[in-house]
Design a protein around this ligand. Structure first.
Ligand code: HEC
Ligand code: HEC
Length: 213
């Protein structure tokens, strides 16, 4: 294992060791004043007010649609996402919400809804013209301006950190996301991700999505 990966793994294991017991305790003790809790627990990885933290691979949460947040929290909690032990970021995220009740979920989602979305990271370069062509395969679900479509369960993609979107596309392609039999939305996206045949395709389509911010 390369040194940076080792350090990252250590950092995540260290954080979860500190976070998990504290979280279980606070979740059981608190039922109304959930705002400081969600901020504190989630901020450990997702940064203050959900602005994202590329070092631990945790995306920005501020600005995510409440229905999409709920769908993903349920998938992590109910072991439909993040089950593979060798995909540490997803596995850690799953552990973070494994004990979450419906009421706690409502509180966390309400808190995140009050956080201002942050400028996203643009790290990818590629061919915007090809990207726009490739994106025609995505628009049916995510919308022409990548604003998302709740009826189809497809989140907004414009304004998101491209390093995170790139990783998710690869996770869908490799079957690490969207392979659980009950994850129907994930299965649809998995099929769509396979339309991107190379890393260059992924970069190009992300350059187009970045242009829609
Ligand atoms: C131990 C670190 C850690 C903690 C604590 C944590 N997360 Fe995460 N979270 C992650 C990582 C890493 C990912 C990216 C997983 C992936 O690559 O699939 C993630 C992904 C997510 C996603 C999916 C976003 C998307 O676009 O699909 C949501 C939603 C989320 N976290 C919400 C939360 C909330 C709410 C909390 C607090 C209750 C929280 N997380 C606590 C590390 C963490
Ligand atoms: C058939 C509808 C459909 C098509 C076509 C589609 N998607 Fe998706 N996409 C979804 C759904 C539904 C989800 C949410 C999956 C889930 O709930 O886990 C999603 C999720 C994603 C995510 C993860 C976002 C996050 O926050 O983790 C990315 C990235 C993405 N899509 C990019 C694309 C790109 C790029 C294309 C075109 C190549 C595309 N999608 C085509 C339906 C679609």
């Amino acid at each position: 294992m390369r040194a940076p990966a080792k350090i990252l793994m250590f950092a995540i294991i260290f954080q979860s060791a500190v976070v998990a017991p504290a979280m279980a305790q606070q979740y059981s003790a608190i039922d109304t004043n959930i705002q400081p809790l969600s901020n504190k627990i989630c901020a450990t990885c997702h940064g203050a007010y959900g602005k994202g933290n590329a070092v631990v691979g945790a995306p920005s949460l501020a600005g995510l649609e409440s229905w999409y947040l709920r769908a993903q929290l349920i998938k992590f909690r109910d072991s439909m996402r993040g089950i593979q032990k060798d995909y540490i970021p997803g596995h850690e995220m799953r552990a973070a919400v494994a004990e979450m009740s419906e009421a706690e979920m409502d509180g966390v989602i309400a808190s995140i809804g009050t956080w201002d979305s942050q400028p996203s990271a643009t790290t990818v370069s590629g061919d915007a013209v090809r990207g726009a062509e490739l994106y025609s395969n995505c628009a049916a679900c995510h919308g022409v301006s990548a604003a998302g479509n709740q009826a189809l369960g497809a989140p907004g993609l414009a304004g998101r950190d491209d390093w995170y979107l790139r990783r998710q596309l690869k996770l869908f392609q490799s079957g690490y996301r969207g392979e659980h039999p009950e994850d129907l939305a994930g299965a649809q996206m998995r099929a769509a991700a396979k339309l991107l045949e190379s890393d260059q395709d992924i970069n190009d389509v992300l350059v187009h999505i970045n242009s829609l911010n």
